[in-house]
Design a binder for this molecule. Structure first.
Ligand SMILES: NC(=O)c1ccc[n+]([C@@H]2O[C@H](COP(=O)([O-])OP(=O)(O)OC[C@H]3O[C@@H](n4cnc5c(N)ncnc54)[C@H](OP(=O)(O)O)[C@@H]3O)[C@@H](O)[C@H]2O)c1
Length: 317
């Protein structure tokens, strides 16, 4: 294991069975491929019996707050990684969609914690998803894992999600990965940002002063590997780069990477009309979150600065 979380060649006794709940998504598929390349046996829990992600086998589960026969898959696992949950950006936040966003995370986590409780040989670690939305909108104040929770919808969702995962202690070590805006070409938020820039219509959103705590997906994968390997890591860990930037700086860097101008602002009122409350929570506010725990643990980021991260992503064919 290298300090930046990229693996060396694992020996037989370093490999383990790793369960990834919600492993069919943007982060899960990349994680499956990376962990399988490290030599681990990867099992994905999915609600449907569609094709398993490359490198993994698939077990169908029902993440409804109870356990089923799928729970046997967790027995003897080295790690369980919990990424399951309704997408927060796919639809407008109606009352029904808010309930789905919250309940899908709480119930999936409850199912996993119950399954771990039933396991004859419980997994060594549960790495459970969370998000920087935990902190709520924070202006330009730096935010570490010791900062308190916010009060908006996403902050409430993250608190409920984390509270459910905390029930796994002391049976199993717990790391709560508070993920920022994950950047890669083939998923997450970045592909949706590209079109206006390509059409020479890109620019900051709202005032542009809000911080966006970005992370390159390779570093997100590195931090999950760190959480698996480091037995001294417990509790929340921000998965964000050490240098969050304002939205205005993000737009400039994206414009440079695409060789396009970045001066046409998207006004806040128009975004609110189009997206409702989602606009405030996802675009018009943010957190200047820093990865204090990971840095103290000695993690070396592959991409500390935004411009090289975007240049590298957008150069890929
Ligand atoms: N990507 C980011 O920038 C980012 C940032 C912060 C936090 N996160 C969090 O990290 C986790 C993984 O992110 P991602 O981008 O990989 O998400 P994703 O692509 O939407 O994948 C999430 C997976 O969760 C499962 N899922 C979807 N709806 C569900 C529901 N109603 N109940 C139970 N499971 C459901 C799906 O798997 P099946 O259909 O196979 O069951 C899906 O593949 C999410 O919880 C997300 O909120 C992501």
């Amino acid at each position: 294991m290298l300090p930046d979380g990229r693996s060396g060649r694992p020996t037989a006794n370093q490999t383990m069975k790793i369960i990834i709940a919600g492993g069919t998504g943007f982060l899960g598929r990349a994680l499956c491929a990376g962990l399988a390349a490290d030599g681990h046996e990867v099992v994905v829990l999915s609600r449907s019996a569609h094709a398993a992600p490359a490198g993994a086998t698939l077990v169908q589960w029902t993440p409804d707050g109870s356990v089923g026969s799928w729970a046997a898959a967790l027995d003897g696992a080295g790690a369980v990684i919990n990424l399951a949950g309704e997408s927060i950006a796919a639809r407008r936040w109606t009352a029904g969609q808010r309930a789905r966003i919250r309940e899908s995370r709480v119930l999936a986590t409850r199912s996993l914690v119950l399954a771990i409780g039933h396991a004859a040989k419980p997994p060594a670690v549960l790495i459970s998803g969370s998000a920087v939305g935990y902190y709520g909108p924070c202006g330009d104040e730096p935010v570490t894992e010791d900062s308190g929770p916010g009060h908006d919808f996403l902050a409430e969702v993250c608190q409920a999600w984390e509270a459910e995962a905390r029930k796994v202690a002391p049976r199993t070590r717990l790391v709560l990965v508070r993920t920022g805006l994950v950047l890669e070409r083939n998923g997450g938020a970045l592909p949706q940002m590209l079109l206006p820039f390509r059409l020479f219509a890109g620019g900051p959103v709202g005032s542009g002063r809000q911080y966006w705590p970005w992370i390159h997906r390779d570093d997100w994968l590195g931090l999950v590997r760190l959480a698996i390997d480091r037995e001294d890591l417990n509790g929340p860990m921000n998965a964000t780069s050490p240098h969050p930037v304002t939205n205005a700086a993000f737009s400039q860097a994206l414009g440079r990477a695409l060789h396009r101008p970045s001066w046409l602002p998207a006004p806040a009122f128009a975004l609110r009309i189009a997206l409702g409350e989602m606009a405030d929570a996802l675009l018009l506010s943010g957190q200047r979150a820093v990865p204090s725990r990971a840095t103290k643990a000695g993690y070396r980021f592959r991409f500390e600065e935004l411009q090289p991260a975007l240049d590298t992503i957008l150069k890929q064919r």
